[in-house]
Design a protein around this ligand. Structure first.
Ligand SMILES: NC(=O)c1ccc[n+]([C@@H]2O[C@H](COP(=O)([O-])OP(=O)(O)OC[C@H]3O[C@@H](n4cnc5c(N)ncnc54)[C@H](O)[C@@H]3O)[C@@H](O)[C@H]2O)c1
Length: 334
């Protein structure tokens, strides 16, 4: 049994606590939160575990091997670094840290102490994203032209971070996972509509060395919830709609045939609209798959899919987007 501790029992922490508790491979030993009220809620649900407001209690416990950090982004680095320095394996919710400098330090600390460092890029474990990765890897869509992601809804406005750091980690991690490459340039425009200096809507653009371009639209200020990813390739196109209960992924045998004209009169485009196929997608819970993968890595000492470097790459994109935002939306080198 892997002795586990959870730090942070706010909005997301209860989900991590549930999957840790449900796994037959773990013993949930601790919950640490600064607020007694949150600890009271945890204790009523998990009476067998300890609660504390002091992180030191968790780190001093020799039987705690794995620490899960599910606190606000500004605290990720300090908590994760302290846990790694005490020889714990560490899971950190997305994004890994608040800057590339912090993320780099965490990657180095994990290597130095030979401990697992994993970031909660939960979509890398979700069945539809895994299915799309298979489709792209077997070249079913042909050469990818572009990807467009939309993640918008009304709320929840964060007090301490912009919508880029709150929502874009999901799409950025999906893009880097699907494409297997890092962007060359990033640009972003955004606007703080409700709270001063905290953008609640942003439009990001990424250019990849392969030529693929990607657009990410994120907002806490939108009339309805949209979770769409469109992938357009030279042979076929695909839509992933995460709000659907079933048929989340649809492949369209649509495209345009272009023939190089030999004479001016010969210019010719033909549009092809063929079958629309919805491939079978597994239905397991992404969060459970993510945590089971984490436990596999702790048990076997293997590298997580979303390891510290994956977390670092995503943070570097977010930081690049912030630099572009501060620079009037000009593209910046990644
Ligand atoms: N994977 C997802 O889909 C998903 C969804 C929501 C949030 N998250 C991530 O989860 C993390 C937490 O987000 P949230 O919405 O739950 O935040 P939250 O503010 O609701 O909860 C954070 C909790 O951490 C506690 N806390 C703060 N500093 C602490 C410290 N130093 N020691 C112990 N406890 C401390 C707070 O008291 C609070 O209870 C963030 O990284 C966020 O990006 C991920």
């Amino acid at each position: 049994m892997i002795g586990c501790a959870l730090i942070g029992y706010g909005y997301w922490g209860p989900n991590i606590a549930r999957v840790l508790h449900e796994s037959p491979r773990t013993k949930l030993r601790w919950c640490c939160d600064l607020e007694q009220g949150k600890l009271g809620k945890f204790a009523r649900r998990y009476p067998g575990a300890n609660t504390t407001t002091r992180v030191a209690d968790v780190l001093d416990d020799a039987e705690t091997e794995l620490v899960c950090v599910v606190t606000p982004i500004s605290t990720h680095f300090d908590l994760a670094a302290r846990a790694l320095e005490r020889g714990k394996h560490v899971f950190v919710e997305k994004p890994l840290a608040a800057s590339t400098d912090e993320a780099q330090k965490l990657v180095k600390l994990a290597a130095k102490h030979k401990r697992i460092l994993m970031v909660g890029h939960v979509f890398e474990y979700s069945p539809p994203v895994r299915k799309i990765k298979e489709i792209l890897d077997r070249n079913e869509l042909g050469k990818i032209h572009y990807i467009s992601c939309t993640r918008v809804n009304l709320g929840i406005h964060q007090k301490d971070v912009s919508v880029i750091w709150d929502l874009a980690p999901h799409d950025v991690s999906i893009l880097l996972y699907l494409l297997g490459e890092e962007p060359r340039r990033v640009s972003a425009m955004g606007r703080a509509c409700i709270q001063k200096r905290i953008p609640d809507v942003a439009f990001m653009n990424l250019e990849f060395p392969s030529g693929v371009i990607a657009h990410v639209e994120i907002s806490w200020l939108s009339p309805s919830k949209i979770r769409n990813t469109i992938v357009v390739g030279s042979k076929k196109m695909l839509i992933y709609d995460d709000t659907q209960i079933s048929e989340k992924v649809k492949i369209f045998d649509h495209g345009v045939n272009y023939h190089d004209p030999e004479t001016f009169g010969e210019f010719h485009l033909s549009y092809r609209t063929g079958d629309i196929v919805s491939p079978k997608v597994d239905t397991y819970e992404p969060l459970s798959a993510e945590i089971e993968h984490l436990l596999d890595c702790v048990e076997k000492g293997t590298k997580p899919v979303s390891d510290g470097l994956s977390g670092l790459r995503a943070v570097r994109v977010l930081e690049s987007a912030d630099r572009s935002l501060a620079n009037g939306g000009k593209p910046v080198a990644y």
